[in-house]
Design a protein around this ligand. Structure first.
Ligand code: S3P
Length: 437
């Protein structure tokens, strides 16, 4: 996990141009390791995100007795041990910065015949886990947390789990996935219903590994008592990583940039719709499929952006993209209103507060609300902005630095490696002015 402190200096670069491919999808990479590990046979993962979050998940499965080879940085060969083949770990399992790792593992480990303890870094240790503990307990799991439902999570051996019919109180793919993974080990049927459909990678990947599952937007149903069979997984490029370039190229005059083979799962591309409502010029080219996921090349050209009321229905489909959207809004013409996004307060940081404070330090006009913000577009000046160790806030502030009238010092950027190792070099190659402080 990141130890060394890293600050960046971002300042005007060139118009963004050329072609680039961002690294593999974080959500898909986590799930690929998990399902390969409990499948029967050897699975090959292509396009794996070699970020700190996903490496932490792979390291945990090694502690649980799974052999995982890395023939190249973006490949993993996982020697699956079957549903009941994991071994009791000898020490705590460190999820690092990854909420996805901890929440999905809580579900998977609830079904094992050994006890385990999930720990995380300072940010993860502040994030709510009651949302997974509560449904897992209803399934018969025995889980203890620190006071307030916070990590670490101690998961005890519990006799057989029972299926559950569960309606998600918050739109969360992580909670849905934790319940479904516990459902693999449960007696009877597990059904998860969601008021707002969220990313469905767990469902799709379970099907690809041969587990019978029925799912449609808003509902997934499976039963225990089947097997997962090893397969090949092709991980698409992460839309959330591409998002920084979509926003940056839209904002920087003269830009014309091509992003190759971006994952276009509709549960992830809400930002594209929002940017288009703001007037962005983004074209989808060469639509295709990669490992069962839609992909496309995205050509983005500079355009004048206008403020919008972000439709609340888009919020779950762009939940990771709000730091970047706030930057677009701070530089657009007019007012942008974000509502219905209270979940942002419990991400890697309180993203409403941290993104707003960072942009306000550069002169932005942002009024926070409990579940969003009102952002009035204008100009930004140079200054110092603190990402509070949140990878997506750091990368978003790097975009702000391209447009600010003076240089921007961005504090605490090392965690960018959790989701997008090499962002700074790739961004520079596209035209960003960005360097280590
Ligand atoms: C994720 C789901 C989202 C997202 C996170 C990854 C996943 O979290 O913010 O970055 O891989 O399932 P929630 O499900 O908690 O909203």
């Amino acid at each position: 996990m990141s130890v060394a402190r890293l600050d960046w200096i971002a300042g005007a670069g060139r118009p963004l141009a050329g072609e680039l491919e961002v690294p593999g999808d974080k959500s898909v990479s986590h799930r690929a390791i998990m399902l390969s590990a409990i499948a029967e046979g050897v699975s090959e993962i292509h396009g794996f995100l070699e970020g700190e979050d996903t490496r932490a998940t792979a390291a945990i499965f090694r502690q649980l007795g799974v052999r995982i080879d890395a023939p190249s940085p973006s490949r993993r060969t996982v020697h699956g041990v079957g549903l009941y083949g994991l071994l009791a770990p000898e020490s705590d399992l460190d999820c690092g910065n990854a909420g996805t790792g901890m929440r999905l593992l809580a579900g998977l480990l609830a079904g094992q015949d050994f006890a385990s303890t999930l720990v995380g870094d300072a940010s993860l240790s502040r994030r709510p886990m009651a949302r997974v503990i509560e449904p897992l307990r209803r399934m018969g799991a025995s889980i203890e947390s620190a006071p307030g439902g916070l990590p670490p999570l101690r998961i005890y051996f519990s006799n057989e789990l029972q299926g559950i019919d569960f309606e998600l109180p918050v739109a969360s793919a992580q909670v849905k996935s934790a319940v479904l993974l516990a459902g693999l080990y449960a007696r009877g049927e597990t059904r998860v219903r969601e008021p707002h459909p969220t990313r469905d990678y767990t469902e799709r990947m379970l099907a690809a590994f041969g587990w019978p599952i029925r799912f449609s937007p808003g509902e997934a149903v499976l039963s225990g008592g089947h097997r997962l069979r090893a397969t090949e997984v092709h991980v698409p490029a992460d839309f959330s990583s591409a998002a920084f370039f979509l926003v940056a190229a839209s904002l920087v005059p003269g830009s014309d940039l091509l992003l190759r083979r971006v994952g276009m799962n509709p549960r992830r591309t809400g930002l594209l719709a929002a940017l288009r409502l703001m007037g962005a010029d983004i074209t989808e080219l060469n639509p295709g499929e990669q490992g069962g996921e839609p992909v496309a090349d995205l050509q983005v050209r500079h355009a004048r952006l206008r403020g919008i009321e972000v439709p609340e229905a888009l919020v779950p489909d762009m939940i990771d993209e709000f730091p970047a959207l706030f930057v677009a809004a701070a530089l657009a013409e007019g007012r942008t209103v974000v509502r219905g996004a209270a979940e942002l307060r419990v991400k890697e940081s309180d993203r409403i507060a941290v993104t707003s404070a960072g942009l306000r330090a550069l002169g932005a006009d942002i009024v926070e609300a409990p579940d969003g913000a009102v952002i009035t577009g204008g100009r930004l000046h140079g200054g110092e902005a603190d990402s509070h160790g949140d990878h997506r806030v750091a990368m978003s502030l790097a975009i702000a630095g391209q447009l600010a009238a003076g240089e921007v010092r961005i504090l605490d950027c090392a965690n960018v490696a959790t989701s997008f190792p090499g962002f700074d070099a790739l961004a520079r190659s596209a035209g960003f002015g960005l360097r280590d402080a």
